[in-house]
Design a binder for this molecule. Structure first.
Ligand code: FEO
Length: 403
């Protein structure tokens, strides 16, 4: 029955990936909607497999390929990226497709050599390719494009010139588990792509801008972008490429993001008053309690906020552990052009504000006004001060919005 055949995304080109419905954590990036690892099979005079899946799912991928062709007939395996979610089923496929040739970027080859010494790397027939290298499949031509630091040094993409399909690997992905394969079949795809960008690609804005320029130079104008995670872009190709341009440029809106944690509710009361003041100023406001909200979505909220207020109670002379962990995570993702304000409560010595200030200096955010601390609990005058601060932060958010 054809119903069980893997989805044909274009004539002779099939999705042979897997959906990871239970994925809730992708090396620390929380994925409440699950995920997928997309591999694609092109059946032409030569048969090519583009990327593979996490090793634990290699059997499922091989079964899917078997519904189209005998996997032993695969001629070419393209490894666009060495990270394990895409490469760790290469050993399984090379064991079956014994005549297959493997293609990777130069750094990809080096990475595969390091990862798969014990799985037969020395026996594999591997060819290094670079930007502009072409490989004929018969009727179709693959062209490789190095996508350095989108998001690893080895990252590469594969373009089918005749079909104008860009197999973009991690770029343009989303972590979402769905039975649908295309962007126009799901809701919230831009939101999911934004969360993905904020947690995977945010540190590499200048490389993303260079890469978008390179696509133009190479005359690559895809009609379809097939990433290695999530759904395939067919309706929203232009929309997602433009969004990458904005995100890479560091665009922001007049928005105040309030991030906090709390022990006995005092820091939370301050956070709520800041939210109220910012709301009164007329800007968009978001509130994120770090033990009740995932950090991945918080990073998405931060990506387009022009001002962030961060609140922590003092615990053991320092900041609360969730705030410490989040600030460390955030620093690594290097958001740019953000202004900030700090607040919190303490019982005796204090210490949270000082510890947070150090982190924020490292993150190169700009302090916009003196931090505010209250001892034990905020009284009415403190709450009023927080509301006034929130209003001022809203005004600053308007001035600092960047497009
Ligand atoms: Fe989807 Fe960088 O791995």
């Amino acid at each position: 029955m054809d119903d069980h055949k893997p989805p044909e995304i274009a004539s002779g080109i099939y999705w042979v990936g897997v959906v990871d419905w239970n994925l809730r954590d992708f090396h620390g990036y929380q994925t409440p909607k699950g995920g997928s690892y997309n591999a694609y099979l092109i059946v032409d005079e030569k048969i090519a497999l583009i990327d593979t899946v996490k090793a634990q799912f290699s059997g499922e991928m091989l079964e899917r390929i078997s519904q189209i062709v005998d996997p032993a007939r695969i001629d070419y395996v393209i490894s666009n990226h060495v990270e394990m979610d895409h490469s760790s089923s290469i050993p399984a496929i090379m064991d079956v497709a014994t005549n297959a040739k493997l293609f990777a970027s130069s750094k990809g080859q080096a990475g595969l050599a390091e990862y798969y010494k014990e799985e037969g790397f020395d026996k594999w027939d591997i060819e290094v390719v670079g930007t502009g290298t072409e490989l004929s499949l018969g009727k179709r031509t693959l062209m490789f494009i190095e996508a350095t630091m989108l998001h690893w040094p080895d990252s590469m993409q594969t373009y089918v010139k005749e079909d104008r399909i860009l197999f973009s690997n991690d770029a343009f992905g989303q972590h979402v588990a769905t039975s649908k394969r295309f962007d126009d079949e799901v809701e919230d795809v831009m939101e999911d792509a934004g969360i993905y960008y904020a947690n995977i690609l945010l540190p590499f804005g200048s490389q993303v801008l260079k890469y978008v320029g390179k696509l133009k130079e190479l005359d690559v104008s895809p009609s379809m972008i097939a990433p290695a995670h999530g759904v395939i872009w067919r309706k929203g190709v232009q929309r997602i490429v433009e969004a990458y341009g904005r995100w890479a440029h560091g665009d922001s809106v007049a928005k105040v993001l309030v991030i906090y944690d709390t022990m006995w509710g005092s820091t939370e009361k301050m956070a709520l008053e800041i939210v109220e003041g910012a709301r009164e100023s007329g800007v968009e406001v978001r509130l994120r309690h770090l033990r009740k909200n995932d950090w991945s979505m918080t990073m998405k909220e931060l990506m387009d906020a022009s001002v962030v207020a961060i609140g922590s109670p003092t615990m053991n002379n320092g900041m609360f552990f969730t705030i410490a962990g989040f600030l460390n995570y955030m620093k690594g993702l290097r958001p740019k052009d953000k202004k900030y304000f700090l607040f919190g409560s303490y019982g005796w010595g204090g210490g949270a504000i000082k510890a947070m200030e150090k982190e924020m200096e490292d993150a190169r955010f700009e302090l916009v006004m003196e931090s505010m601390q209250v001892k034990f609990r905020p009284y009415e005058e403190d709450k009023e001060a927080c509301r006034n601060i929130g209003y001022k932060l809203g005004e600053i958010a308007k001035e600092n919005a960047k497009s």
